[in-house]
Design a protein around this ligand. Structure first.
Ligand SMILES: C[S@@+](CC[C@H](N)C(=O)[O-])C[C@H]1O[C@@H](n2cnc3c(N)ncnc32)[C@H](O)[C@@H]1O
Length: 253
């Protein structure tokens, strides 16, 4: 059984996520770098969760492992991250393989090829928790995306993004970002200026990320960096977590 699963995993040319499957099988991706750093509570019992830009589904399956009653995963594969992986991504192949291996039903776990801009209560209903990881900087309209997510979120949002505090392609790269406190700005990448990847459009400072989440209708926004002195551009990442005005505080944050 696990040899068969291993063979199926191996036949897929690129894995982004490292996902633990039954029988000690682990998919050969590298993300997330440090799951604990995302600030997601250990338990999400009974939550309906939206996972934006789910890719292989690490955070979808993680929410289910943490007790979510249902997760809807969306992704819009039209942004050509193939140019980033240099091999075809195969869209939902990896997600479906993991879902089947983990034994989740369609009622627990569904996926839709849908852009974040099309998210609204009429299309998807509402969610207790929204995951918005690794996607904001791939968007042409990040504030619009946050507005759409706010329109369906009843309680908590968790966001993660590339941030500029320790890295700016315009200021000289790694260690040459915007370290001064309270820098409220974003950089715009009309071509492949950020990471030689033309699917990257914007990167905010941590402060900007926090305020973007706030103005989308959330309160008590907390923000933090993945690490203090990142030694690689890929580790220059920031997080924000927040709640809707009438929602309970996020445990552990
Ligand atoms: C860097 S990956 C992040 C994957 C995962 N959320 C994580 O953080 O580990 C970015 C994902 O966002 C998806 N994406 C890009 N633009 C999108 C859009 N407009 N709507 C939904 N998903 C989008 C990409 O297809 C890709 O799967």
């Amino acid at each position: 059984m696990s040899a068969d699963l291993q063979a199926k995993i191996k036949a897929i040319p690129y894995w982004y996520h490292r996902i633990e499957l039954p029988g000690g099988v682990i998919t050969p991706g590298w993300a997330p770098l440090n799951p604990k750093s995302y600030g997601v509570p250990d338990r999400l019992d009974g939550h309906r969760v939206l996972d934006v830009g789910a890719w292989d589904g690490y955070w979808t399956f993680e929410a289910l492992k943490r007790g979510a009653k249902e997760v809807v995963a969306i992704d819009d594969f039209s942004d050509s991250l193939d140019s980033y992986t240099s091999v075809p991504r195969g869209n939902w192949t990896t997600f479906d393989l993991c879902k089947e291996a983990l034994g989740y039903t369609d009622a627990q776990c569904s996926r839709r090829e849908m852009s974040v801009y099309d998210v609204g209560p009429d299309e998807l209903g509402t969610f207790d928790t929204v995951f918005f990881f690794g996607t904001l900087y791939h968007l042409r309209h990040p504030l619009l995306a946050l507005d759409c997510l706010s329109s369906v979120c009843k309680k908590w949002i968790f966001a993660e993004s590339a941030i500029l505090d320790d890295f700016s392609p315009y200021r000289g790269g790694l260690g040459k970002g915007y370290p001064e406190p309270n820098q409220l700005l974003m950089e715009f990448y009309p071509d492949n200026q950020y990471g030689d990847n033309n699917t990257n459009w914007w990167a905010p400072t941590l402060k900007a990320l926090i305020h973007m989440v706030r103005v989308a209708g959330f309160k008590d926004v907390l923000g933090w960096k993945l690490m203090d002195k990142p030694d690689h551009a890929a580790r220059c990442r920031g997080f924000a977590a927040a709640r809707k005005p009438d929602a309970p505080p996020i445990p552990g944050l």
